[in-house]
Write a protein that binds this ligand. Sequence first.
Ligand code: GLU
Length: 457
Amino acid sequence: MTVTVRFAPSPTGNIHIGNARTALFNWLYAKQHAGRFILRFDDTDQARSKQSYADQIGKDLKWLGIVPDAVAYQSARFPAYDAAVEKLKQAGLLYPCYETAEELERRRKIRLSRRLPPVYGREALKLTDEERAQLEAEGRKAHWRFLLPNFESNPFETQRTEINWDDIVRGRQTVDLASMSDPVLVREDGTYLYTLPSVTDDIEMGVTHVIRGDDHVTNTGLQIALFRALGANEPAFGHHNLLTAASGEGLSKRTGALSVMSLALQGYEPMAVASLAVLTGTAHAVSAMPDMDALKAAFDPAQVSKSAAKFDPADLDILNKALVHEMPYAAVRDRLSAFGIPDELGEAFWLAVRGNLVKVADAAGWWSIVANGPADDEALAAEDIDFVREAFDLLPEEPWDPGTWKAWTERVKQATGRSGKALFMPLRIALTGRRSGPEISDLLPLLGRAGTLARRP
Ligand code: GLU
């Protein structure tokens, strides 16, 4: 059977790095098993869902390197959910309830005071046809609950009913259906909660592995019961730990913080974001994987820790820097030409500066130094001006190559008696306007003799 996974975001905001973790876990798992990846928009809540968010999610996944094999919208699939409802009703597994939220809360408190588990007591199952008709005549509308299979023959005498699965992340899991309320599948206004559409789609789309955050572990117990009630075998499940800030606070789509889109706009490399999103909270060191194949090789769902995956967004800079320092010119050529860097100098320039960059876009600052003149970060000290003038008078003739710097500084040393930092630093400042940066030996051939002389103080 072809491994088939799905990523099921609700298009109610931009996805953040924690959502990217779920998407990438699915993607990498599919890639490891030559499987399929479905992007399925969980947009049954039509008031909150927006096509613009769905479009952005598609772009964010593409930016991360994820190309879905299929895209589906739950809002286009209501007939399938209606059919599932009919099937459950026919089997007597979906029953109408009329309680208001206040009534349920009152009952919950009573149960708690009697030391009973605060689950729904199935009172609506006892309603006679007349009582139902009466409630409807009063204007009440039914919401519908799924009758969990946690009893032998009398639904009011529940008994411990274990649902077990071998979670591909967490190992053996057990959930007791008697500890849960019958879940509401359909609201009073006829709209669907997430559970039934999700299970229906997982069945109809042939999903073999459901990989998602561990906030869904309890849901999985009742979803497995629902798969079985609909006559299907349940898929395999994997629940990964959630990314949290160092404070332990979870990420939220609502705040927009650490959204994939904002990280892209800040100039991070997709593989820096993907490496942090996937490797945090696993047995693997969090390091920058150069491409998706390397990340695929490093990814092992069984090596994911069960506690929260705390991460520090500042690590993105460290990972990004590591990637940029190794990046070949071909990977950045287009971006550099967008900064106006000509192709004939591009490679030499890139190899000279990449070791000093956190982000590729930082190359623009160095290009401006090469093309337009020193930055104004650091001024030459007054006592160095005469020394630098004398040094510039000793510049070798062209052609220049990476050996020119050594030849030049040897001459300057002979003539002035300066050496070490006292010699190099004033020249670096005169040439670049900065105290640190790329090797001057690499910059000189890019500046050329005329470009260098133009910097003579
Ligand atoms: N929309 C749900 C979520 O983002 C999907 C959960 C699932 O993968 O089943 O939490």
